[in-house]
Every structure is written in structure tokens, then in C-alpha cells.
Ligand binder design. Structure first.
Ligand SMILES: *Cc1c(COP(=O)(O)O)cnc(C)c1O
Length: 398
């Protein structure tokens, strides 16, 4: 018999009761160090007092009023995102995939408005993940996710990540844009280089394309800057955000320049829930913290120390780990042994992590994690790695 909850997830048999800071508490009474952060979502940990207060206050004031009316929280959040990014304007969504759908519509409409309705194709990179809608599945082109769901939505071409020759060769008269994650999350914490992102900017300018960044996972402070692309000094035309933006409250955003979005007038796009006052209160409270003095610098500094620590573990256990990836608190451990049994073994020791492509274990601590909490996680990783190295297959039996 099919369970009441559609069984479309491969869930661990652990029910979460409550959370506090970097920790989750199971209904089994056990405490877990949460280095999944709900897959890069709970950037400020669980039940951050400033966020709880902001949401409680908003809950007693107004939940929903629709985009029939002006929403002050949207105006405030949009102005702050504009002030701290390349963008001039923002559309609010409830999720990452909706932020990508809006991004795709904006680049297509830009060319339509410029008199080129036939320019609609978007080039993406292998290993990409842009969401689970029909269009974003076509963008990601992951055969596993596409299989069984009918004809693939037209309008997406794919090249190898990091290969500029392939990128140039893939550009056709009907190409509208290039879409990349500055650091691929689901794909296995695969980083691009600053040179690659700068070259994509030049290619887009040369061929009249728009440059789209998907920072749903790598954005919102995770790399030690508000947005990952800031490290490369490159500006996109359109960017999708979600995950960390609400630190656990569902909210996404599509940011764009005036040039890219100027034709998106009344009626061109919409959402019933997007920009809901509760979501805006949560995201504004997140920005209060992230834009506060020294917050991002702190993530960068603790991230660097954590990387140094993990690099030592990878070096000491070459039969378990092949490579350390990522930046800031967006960390990937490419494994020699299968990643998922290792995730299970870490969980058995009280540390929650999440698998990713290319046999990677993703380590995504909340951005508020202290050096001591990061060390606690590192110690568990080292212990499990040592046991695994001593007895290959041990992780599988955990
Ligand atoms: C998670 C993710 C998405 C999809 O976000 P949802 O909120 O699950 O729709 C899109 N792009 C990237 C890079 C992501 O990590």
C-alpha cells in the first residue's frame, strides 16, 4: 500500500522533533549536529531568536494580502537586495525552481521585446541542477530525473562545465542566454574559476546573450560573500536565489538588471504566494543578520579554518577521501568509498551531512556555526574516516 506521504524521497529513518542553533533533536531523543542545514537553507541555524521574533510579530499582524496590493515588506527587501547586488529589480517567489522559471521567462522576454522572439535557447552546463519543474529539468538535463516524464521541454542546450570552446561552439543564432551555478551544489560542489565566469561575461557581451547565475544554493553568504559570484568580480544580468534567503521560511527571488527586465510589465508574470508578508519578514530578518557588521567576514574566516582542518583529514585518509571541494561553508568531500553509506555512518555518530553528485559528501554547516561546533563536526568526520580506513566496508554496516 502506498504511504499517505508520497514516497518520492529516499528518506533516512530519523524523525526530527525540534531544532536549536546548529543542533537537531530527533523524536528518538538523540541530538544531532546539523551540517545539512536543510540543504543549505537554515543559514542562521534553527530558531534564531531574531528570526523567531520577526516571524512572531508578523504572524500577529498580517499573513497574506496578495499582490493585488503593495506589500511594504517586499519593497524593503527588494531595495536591500538591489543595494547589495548587481540588480535593479526583484521578483519574489516561494522556491528556487520558481526563481529559475522567472529567470528563464525574463531572458526569453528580453529577446522577444528586442524584436527577436526566435531567440529563446539557453545554454547550461553538465552536472547542473536548476530544479524539478519540466523546464528546469530540461535545463539540468539529468537523465535520471527526466526519465518517464514525457517529452523534454525545448529550449535548452548543454555543454561541459568549464569548457569555453564547447560553450562558444554551442552558441547559435537562436541562443538567448547562458545559465550557470558559480559553484554547483547537487552536482558535487563543483566550482567554476573566476577566469571562467569572466570569460562567460565576455562571451555574453560579444554575442548579445544574457548571463544568468543560479545562486539558489551557493548564494546568501554561504561562500563568505553575500553572493558567490562576487569572488570573481563578475556581474550577471539575472540571478536566482532561494534556500538561505529565508533561513527555513520558503522564499525565493529572481534578481535582474533594468536592461534585462524592463519589458516585464504588468501581466507578464505573477504568483499568488510570492512575496507573502510572512516570507518577507523572515527574509528581511535574515538580511538584518547577514548584513550586520562582520557577519560575512566571520563566515569566510571560519570557513577557511574549517577547510584547513578538513584538508588535513582528507590527506590523512586517502583510502576514504579523494578531494576537498568548495568555499566558505559550502564544502564537499569527494569520496573514494561510496558516499551514501558514509553519510549514514556519520549520522550514526551524530553528524548530519548530505550526499551529492560525483560521489561527494556535502558538509553544509549553518553560517552561525562556531569554530568549536565546526571542530566537533570535523572530529566526527575524522573518527568515521579512521574507522573506515581500518575496516573497509565498516561505513556500510553502520
Ligand atoms: C535547490 C536548488 C534549486 C531548486 O530549488 P527548490 O527550492 O527546490 O525548487 C535550483 N537550483 C539550485 C542550484 C539548487 O541548489
Amino acid at each position: 500500500m502506498i504511504p499517505a506521504v508520497l514516497p518520492s524521497y529516499a528518506r533516512a529513518d530519523l524523525a526530527i522533533d525540534r531544532g536549536e542553533g546548529c543542533y537537531l533533536y530527533g523524536t528518538d531523543g538523540r541530538r544531532y549536529l546539523d551540517f545539512t542545514s536543510g540543504i543549505a537553507v537554515t543559514a542562521l541555524g534553527h530558531c534564531h531568536p531574531h528570526l523567531v521574533k520577526a516571524l512572531q510579530e508578523q504572524a500577529g499582524k498580517l499573513w497574506h494580502c496578495s499582490n493585488l496590493f503593495r506589500v511594504p515588506g517586499q519593497e524593503k527587501l527588494a531595495e536591500r537586495l538591489v543595494k547589495h547586488s548587481f540588480a535593479d529589480t526583484v521578483f519574489f517567489t516561494n522556491s528556487g525552481v520558481e526563481a529559475l522559471e522567472c529567470s528563464i521567462k525574463i531572458v526569453r522576454h528580453y529577446h522577444y521585446d528586442a524584436g527577436h522572439p526566435d531567440r529563446y535557447r539557453i545554454i547550461t552546463c553538465d552536472g547542473a541542477f536548476h530544479g524539478r519543474s519540466l523546464a528546469t529539468l530540461a535545463a539540468g538535463r539529468n537523465e535520471k530525473y527526466l526519465k518517464g516524464f514525457g517529452p523534454i521541454v525545448d529550449g535548452f542546450d548543454q555543454v561541459a562545465l568549464g569548457n569555453l570552446n564547447e560553450m562558444r561552439a554551442a552558441i547559435r543564432p537562436d541562443t538567448a542566454a547562458i545559465l550557470v551555478e558559480p559553484i554547483q551544489g547537487e552536482g558535487g560542489i563543483r566550482a567554476t574559476t573566476p577566469e571562467y565566469l569572466r570569460a562567460l561575461r565576455e562571451i555574453c557581451d560579444e554575442f548579445g546573450l544574457l548571463l544568468m547565475f543560479d545562486e539558489v544554493q551557493c548564494g546568501m553568504g554561504r561562500t563568505g560573500k553575500l553572493f558567490a559570484h562576487e569572488w570573481a568580480g563578475v556581474k550577471p544580468d539575472v540571478m536566482a536565489l532561494a534556500k538561505g534567503l529565508g533561513s527555513g521560511f520558503p522564499v525565493g527571488a529572481c534578481l535582474a538588471t533594468e536592461r534585462a527586465a524592463k519589458s516585464m510589465t504588468a501581466g507578464t508574470h505573477g504568483s499568488t504566494f510570492g512575496g507573502n508578508p510572512l516570507a518577507m519578514a523572515a527574509a528581511n530578518a535574515v538580511l538584518d543578520v547577514m548584513l550586520g557588521n562582520g557577519f560575512l567576514e566571520g563566515v569566510d574566516a571560519r570557513g577557511r579554518r574549517f577547510h584547513e582542518r578538513l584538508a588535513g583529514i582528507v590527506k590523512r585518509h586517502p583510502s576514504v577521501f579523494a578531494e576537498l571541494r568548495g568555499q566558505g561553508l559550502l564544502v564537499g568531500l569527494k569520496c573514494v568509498v561510496p558516499n551514501n553509506p558514509l553519510v549514514d555512518a556519520l549520522r550514526a555518530e551524530g553528524l548530519l551531512t548530505v550526499g551529492a553528485g560525483e560521489n561527494v559528501v556535502r558538509v553544509l554547516p549553518p553560517l552561525i556555526a562556531t569554530d568549536e561546533e565546526l571542530e566537533e563536526g570535523a572530529r566526527i568526520i575524522e573518527r568515521v574516516a579512521a574507522r573506515q580506513a581500518a575496516a573497509p566496508g565498516a561505513a556500510g554496516r553502520a
